[in-house]
Design a protein around this ligand. Structure first.
Ligand SMILES: Cc1ncc(COP(=O)(O)O)c(C=O)c1O
Length: 387
């Protein structure tokens, strides 16, 4: 038989999926998956069912998304992100945040191009770049996981096409300040680079911190692609609906890509997401209880992991925390394997998020409080006694 795709054969199985294979214990607890633990809003479910009843599941959606959802996204971008977007020229509905990433890369990357990102970072960026024969170049984060402008300066080259940021961040929980976003934006203008801003965790942010969208800054709208999804904000990871806002010349290219790969996005679910985004626009405080609950879990993880000797900076957003584990004499991979084998708790080895985090693990705390408490107790015991 002739060889299969070289490009796809080189991609390892996701470290998170591998972890599930190890989770065999009956009372196992997974701190591995990045998935909200609250139910989707009733308004989303009702609107999706109504759309199904109207037969939307039997009809293709418009390739770029239904007009109602695109209009609400444009309103949301204006009100919440201070981004002026034309729903027909700048907005597109996608197959989740993952679909948004793929389309952003498809629109701007040519073979040999490089995208600089701060490392550790979300693993999909590395592999999706390779699907377009481009390379994700890792700029090491500061010890507090903040972005390092010095690292960007060292890595930029004629091959650099874009900088990619994800704030609040998976896996570190770091959220950039306005000054940091402004500095990265100035860097992109100075070096004539695109900026890809993955904002899927924009709403999950703590301690009164404010999310800043780089596309809202002067001179940035025509070089920034803003990525988002319904998955994390509305607890809709199973819907596979996301969206993006991009400069006008990019949209036809994205349309070319999506029409022949996906032929659009789930039709009935777009009505549900429209209802969910509309509800948040009308009642922004409706998310407060969810954020408060995450913040309580964040506080517990931050205090107990540091006390156990697993040093970690305090996350400002998302639902992840990333402790160093090398004080235990193990790297992230060994720690993760032995923890799951001896204590039935799954955490993700940091090496899956880039080359600067082999001595870390990622903990996702988006789980029930009692289970989280139990998992933290098991981690404390494991660190103390090795079991
Ligand atoms: C930073 C980041 N971007 C994008 C995604 C993908 O989102 P979706 O599940 O909507 O495809 C994730 C999922 O975990 C993520 O953490």
């Amino acid at each position: 038989m002739k060889p299969l795709s070289v490009r796809l054969s080189g991609v390892p199985k996701s470290s998170i999926r591998k972890l599930f294979d190890l989770l065999t214990q009956e009372d196992a607890i997974s701190l591995g998956i990045g998935q909200p633990d609250f139910p989707a809003p009733q308004a989303v479910i009702d609107a999706t069912i109504a759309a199904l009843r109207e037969g939307k599941g039997s009809v293709y959606a418009p390739t770029m998304g239904i007009p109602r959802l695109k209009a609400i996204i444009a309103q949301k971008l204006q009100k919440e992100n201070n981004i002026a977007a034309d729903p027909e020229k700048n907005v597109m509905v996608t197959n989740g945040g993952s679909g948004s990433i793929t389309l952003a890369f498809a629109a701007i990357l040519n073979p040999g191009d490089e995208v600089i990102l701060f490392s550790p970072n979300f693993l999909s960026y590395f592999y999706v770049a390779s699907y377009f024969d481009a390379k994700a170049v890792e700029a090491p984060r500061r010890p507090d996981f903040g972005p390092s402008l010095d690292a960007l300066e060292k890595l930029v080259s004629p091959k650099t096409k874009a900088v990619l940021i994800n704030s609040p961040n998976n896996p570190t929980g770091y959220a950039c300040s306005r000054a940091e976003i402004e500095a990265i934006a100035s860097f992109c203008i100075e070096h004539d680079l695109y900026l890809i801003s993955d904002e899927v965790y924009e709403k999950i942010i703590y301690d009164g911190f404010t999310h800043v969208s780089p596309a809202s800054l002067d001179g940035m709208a025509d070089r920034t692609i803003t990525l988002n999804a319904a998955s994390k904000t509305l607890s809709l990871t199973g819907f596979r609906v996301g969206y993006l806002c991009a400069p006008e010349p990019m949209l036809p290219l994205m349309e070319n890509y999506i029409q022949y790969t996906c032929a659009g996005t789930n039709h009935p679910c777009q009505y549900g997401v429209a209802a969910g985004l509309e509800q948040i626009l009308k009642e922004p405080a409706s998310l407060d209880p969810v954020i408060k609950a995450y913040q309580k879990k964040r506080d517990a993880c931050y205090a107990r992991l540091n006390e156990a000797g697993l040093e970690c900076p305090k996350p400002r957003g998302a639902f992840y925390i990333m402790p160093r584990v090398d004080a235990t004499g193990m790297d992230g991979a060994a720690f993760s394997r032995r923890l799951v084998e001896s204590s039935g708790v799954a955490v993700v080895p940091g090496g899956g998020f880039g080359k600067y985090s082999a001595n870390h693990v990622r903990v996702s705390y988006a789980i029930d409080d009692l289970k989280l408490d139990d998992a933290l107790s098991r981690i404390e015991r494991f660190v103390k006694s090795g079991k």
